[in-house]
Design a protein around this ligand. Structure first.
Ligand code: FHN
Length: 580
């Protein structure tokens, strides 16, 4: 294992080293070499496109695998793929209207079918009914629109005779004579031709999990790519998503609760790729439930406030059109960005660990942006520990009207209009006297000794397939859509003195459903089941049990142990009350 790790580190250093040395240096110190990642770091919002012959089946991009379609039958789709409605200028115009700053499209997904003119296979769009290259015209349209285009390339290939392993249900496909090394020759040639023919800005590898870095020639391919195009960006999946390898991390369908750092602790460039719905990336004719535009705007804010990019996916239909549901969401995001884009593009992550309301922060130079998703009832927001002098504050939606700002001890309080300018997220800009300097603050007890842990102060931990998200219900922020037991809120807080505390949970139960949950703090676990609350839209408070806490720092998390009714609960907060 150590050897592999060492090899991987070598891969990373060499590839990155290659990148640095390959980048033209503007002065004696390499550090002055232009930062080849800067455009990507500033872009913040990209469009992912999963499109191929699988769209004809309409059961997302894994259709051949999940429906166990033999190669011979799948050939029908490869032969008859004929997207007569494909119009790259329309795609580019929609991307522009959406406020997207780069696009990544699947040049070849796991099924092995190339939607480009490949000299190395007949399993490509030139031999389908359509008979024309797709990536060439798309590259031209995106170039005209000023939108960098990147290519997704799957190392895994369910078609190529030399790719191993076969799918476990493909009993009839012999492996006799198959040579994985020869497959990697083929893949390397296709990757090379993608660069020479279309000059992509990003190579987005995937399908890397069935072989080692060495077998997949990660180092050789990384070297080759950067020698061909020093400014090219390569994601972490060429190196099996190992932390710190490649130019950026690629969390999928979840947001790392506190962003991503390199193994040496420095901030890591990362991009969260997200589907519009819940089932798959390629066109799924049976899928009708999608994230709302509001959730997607908030997801973009959430990700950017943690230092990442959002790569939002569409799966075009077999005729080449992007379905109306997706186009409408993209247009709404673009509308929001036309007012608030300066608080997204080119910004840095929030200087606050957390905010005492449902909101997020981003920074650009000496301007702090506060994105408010839950409009406070008293029309005030508190910015804890902000030491700077605020020269001016205003809504991006109404720049002419200055907002009243005052200091209360270590905090800055901003008085807002009575109503949000945009219910999805209203942005307040604060022009500071310098770069933001924040005195960290910890969540602790109030005067009466109670410790309130609202969900907007929690880190929402998750993994691929996150479902739970913060939502605002007129006067209350709750963790909603809590369907995935791997999603859980986690709070850090302090207590000044030791003591026994009553634990209470404030939530709206879901249609009387009986969910099991567990409150865990300092290793003490309290098991409970949700009780019926009067409404699913505002919370009631229920006792959970008692815990003993020493003075000092603590971590408290709430985990779902069983769900009987789809969603566990809409959780508002956990409260710790000193026991009498
Ligand atoms: O298996 C693929 C999947 O089809 C899709 O392309 C996603 C997008 O990042 N990547 C793999 C799953 O991690």
């Amino acid at each position: 294992m150590k050897t592999r790790k060492l090899a991987a580190v070598t891969v990373c250093l060499l590839v990155l080293g290659l990148a640095a040395s390959a980048a033209p240096s503007s002065g004696p110190a390499q550090s002055q070499a232009p930062d080849r990642l800067q455009w990507f770091r500033e872009a913040k919002f990209g469009l992912f496109i999963h499109w191929g012959v699988y769209s004809m089946i309409g059961r997302e991009e894994w259709a051949r695998q999940i429906l166990q379609i033999p190669l011979k039958e799948y050939q029908y789709y490869a032969d008859n793929f004929n997207p007569t409605g494909f119009n790259p200028d329309e795609w580019a115009a929609l991307a522009k209207e959406a406020g997207v700053k780069y696009v990544v499209i699947t040049s070849k997904h796991h099924d092995g079918f190339a939607i480009f003119d490949s000299a190395y296979t007949d399993y490509d769009v030139m031999h389908a009914k359509y008979g024309k290259d797709i990536l060439g015209p798309l590259s031209a349209s995106m170039k005209k629109a000023g939108i960098p285009l990147g290519f997704y390339y799957s190392i895994m290939d369910w078609h190529h005779p030399d790719y191993l392993p076969r799918r476990d249900w493909e009993k009839d496909r012999t492996t006799k004579g198959a040579d994985f090394g020869r497959y990697m020759d083929f893949a390397t040639n296709q990757i090379k031709e993608l660069l020479t023919k279309y000059d992509p800005a990003v190579m987005w590898f995937d399908g890397e999990w069935e072989h080692s870095n060495e077998e997949q020639r990660a180092l050789a391919i990384g070297r080759m790519l950067l020698a061909m195009k020093p400014g090219l960006l390569i994601n972490d999946r060429l190196f099996k998503r190992e932390p710190g390898y490649g130019d950026f991390g690629t969390p999928e369908n979840y947001v790392p609760a506190t962003g991503i750092r390199n193994p040496d602790g420095t901030p890591r460039l990362w991009e969260a790729c997200y589907t519009m719905g819940w089932n798959g990336w390629g066109y799924n004719r049976y899928e009708t439930e999608f994230h709302s535009a509001s959730q997607l705007i908030r997801q973009l804010v959430e990700i950017v406030s943690k230092g990442g990019n959002l790569l939002l996916n569409v799966g075009p239909q077999p005729d080449g059109r992007i379905q109306a549901d997706f186009a409408a969401r993209l247009r709404r995001i673009g509308e929001w960005l036309r007012t608030n884009g300066e608080a997204i593009y080119g910004t840095a992550a929030s200087p606050f660990e957390r905010l005492p309301f449902f909101g997020r922060a981003t920074v650009k130079g000496t301007t702090l942006y506060i994105h408010i998703m839950g409009w406070p009832q008293d029309a005030k927001i508190v910015l804890p520990g902000l030491t700077n002098k605020v020269k001016k504050a205003y809504l991006l939606a109404d720049r002419a009207k200055s907002l009243a700002v005052r200091r209360v001890a270590k905090d800055v309080v901003v008085t807002l209009p009575a109503r949000a300018a945009d219910p999805d997220a209203t942005v307040v800009a604060l022009e500071l006297d310098g770069l933001p300097v924040i005195e960290p603050w910890m969540v602790g007890a109030g005067k009466d000794g109670r410790i309130d842990l609202p969900v907007y102060l929690a880190d929402i931990q998750s993994d691929m397939g996150q479902r739970a998200y913060l939502d605002y219900f007129y006067r209350t922020t709750m963790l909603a859509n809590w369907q995935n037991v791997n999603d859980y809120p986690e709070w850090a807080f302090t207590t000044d003195k030791a003591g026994t505390y009553e634990v209470r949970a404030s939530y709206a139960s879901m249609w009387g459903g009986q969910a099991g949950y567990e409150v865990e703090v300092d290793g003490q676990k309290l098991a409970a089941r949700t009780e019926s609350s009067p409404s699913v839209y505002f919370p009631a408070t229920f006792p959970v049990g008692k815990v003993s806490l020493a003075a000092g720092g603590h971590a408290l998390r709430v985990k779902i142990t069983s769900i009987t009714n789809n969603h566990a609960m809409n959780l508002e907060k956990i409260v710790l009350v000193p026991a009498k």
